[in-house]
Design a protein around this ligand. Structure first.
Ligand code: UDX
Length: 448
């Protein structure tokens, strides 16, 4: 697409959670490169951390109705309902101010699907609106299936193995037991939020951070079901490779440590920005990793292990012999480092994409929501990883690390991950499916 002579403005509405912020800022970067001006509307407390690396973007604060830290206290469903209820008025005010400042040049509002309050302002000011789903296309399918279920019947069906094993919408191997209800609080409330999120209301398109080589059947299903254009233009972190939207400070010293390790010898361990781990599990992990005799780089966010200020001395000693611990890592650099041979992950969608893009096989330990679904895809659809199920005990950890880094089985998974890596890289190159989808999106937005 030709660069647009006069820049049209896109307003982005991210939710300030790391796993959502990263792809939204990458999308902004990709659209900025296509010639659009970008405004990011974000809660006051995240303004500084989000704006420092994007000098070309305009950042506009909205009054923070409820800080994201409340998600742990209220639970995801109550938090989202409250956030949306209380943000609507301040967002309308914000858009009104933007229109006054800039004339009527907002091409479109693109909002994270969880920030559905954005729609009221779009309707009031007659602005086009597009939904951005930062998780997988298969998760979109699942949320849509869930939105049509009756909670009482589903709770009965959960007890019936035959019902649970039924395939969802001909999307083999996706079964009802994989629907991501895990850790989302009371089912009835979760289904209610699913119904709100999937209601596309006045949105004219949906953007998904995925590629057709990863999820072609789910994307076909969505194309048929939605009746509006779907743009699968990921993985966005390749398209917008220079983007850094980390809300936490990255500890770069781990790269120096990696430089001293043998090629493909290190297991990188990180469970994203939200997971909580019990002290007992951390200690079993420490023993298992050490007993595997492979070097390991381990991200332990201080708030991920409440009650564990530091590792007990005895454990600390064994850990420091083979491992390196940081509070937050430059994950993409780590995964792209030649010393890294495997990733023990919680299987958040970003981590999943980032690992495959570097051809790194995974050990999957999902915690909540769609992570279990991603883990199922990693293990059973793409065959680039193994799952740790049940209790995390040192013997299980040691075995999983050896399977991935030492055994022939791991080498085969790495080979398959490399094939997928090549496909993903091709999809964002000129003529590739995600490259074309981004082009089509830019053309579509230009006409809005
Ligand atoms: C959440 C959900 O858990 C996830 O399932 C959903 O798909 C998106 O929102 P999160 O748990 O944080 O996200 O996981 P993930 O999606 O993997 O995102 C984490 C991001 O933080 C990744 O982009 C990763 O590169 C980054 N990260 C993680 C770092 O930069 N450094 C780290 O040390 C760890």
């Amino acid at each position: 697409m030709e660069k647009i002579a006069e820049k049209r403005r896109i307003v982005l509405v991210p939710i300030a959670l790391q796993g959502h912020m990263n792809p939204m800022m990458q999308l902004g970067q990709a659209l900025n490169l296509k010639g659009f001006a970008i405004t990011v509307v974000v809660g006051e407390s995240n303004l500084v951390s989000s704006s420092k690396d994007f000098p070309d973007f305009q950042f506009v604060p909205i009054q923070e109705s409820i800080p994201v830290s409340q998600i742990q206290i209220l639970g995801p469903v109550e938090f989202l309902k409250k956030l949306n209820r209380t943000s609507e008025a301040s967002f309308k005010e914000c858009i009104a101010q933007l229109l006054l400042q800039q004339g009527n040049d907002i091409a479109c509002i693109i909002y994270d699907e969880l920030m559905y309050f954005s729609e009221a302002a779009a309707t009031e000011f007659k602005l086009p609106i597009v939904i951005f789903s930062t998780a997988s296309a298969t998760n979109q399918v699942c949320v849509r299936v869930l939105s049509k279920l009756d909670a009482k019947k589903f709770l009965i069906d959960i007890e019936d193995p035959e019902e649970q094993d039924k395939v969802v919408g001909n999307l083999h191997p996706l079964r009802y037991k994989h629907l991501p209800t895990w850790g989302m609080g009371p089912l009835e409330q979760f289904l209610e939020i699913c119904r709100i999120v999937v209601n596309k209301r006045t949105a004219s398109a949906v953007i998904i951070n995925t590629a057709s080589c990863l999820e072609s059947s789910s994307l076909s299903w969505l194309n048929q079901e939605l009746g509006i254009p779907v743009f699968p233009l990921g993985p966005l972190h390749i398209t917008a490779a220079s983007t850094n939207s980390s809300l936490l400070e990255e500890d770069m010293s781990c790269i120096e440590w990696l430089n001293k390790q043998k090629p493909r010898s290190v297991i990188y361990v990180s469970f994203g920005s939200k997971a909580h781990i019990e002290t007992k599990e951390v200690l079993e992990m420490a023993w298992g990793l050490s007993n595997s005799n492979q070097p390991f780089l381990w991200v332990i966010r201080p708030e991920s292990t409440p009650g564990l200020e530091s590792l007990p001395e005895e454990v600390s000693k064994i850990v420091s012999a083979k491992g390196y611990i940081v509070k937050w890592a430059p994950q993409n650099e780590v995964l792209g480092h030649p010393a890294v041979g495997g990733f023990w992950s919680h299987c958040g969608w970003n981590s999943t994409l980032e690992s495959i893009v570097e051809g790194v096989p995974l050990i999957c330990r999902p915690f909540t929501g769609e992570q279990k679904l991603n883990a199922m895809y990693i293990e059973s659809v793409w065959s680039v990883g193994i799952q740790i199920e049940g209790k995390v005990e040192r013997g299980v950890v040691e075995r999983a690390v050896k399977r991935l880094l030492v055994d022939e089985e791991g080498a085969c998974m790495r080979e398959r991950a490399h094939v997928l890596k090549d496909k993903l890289k091709a999809s964002v190159r000129s003529g590739g499916s995600s490259y074309n989808a981004l082009d089509e999106l830019a053309n579509y937005l230009e006409k809005k």
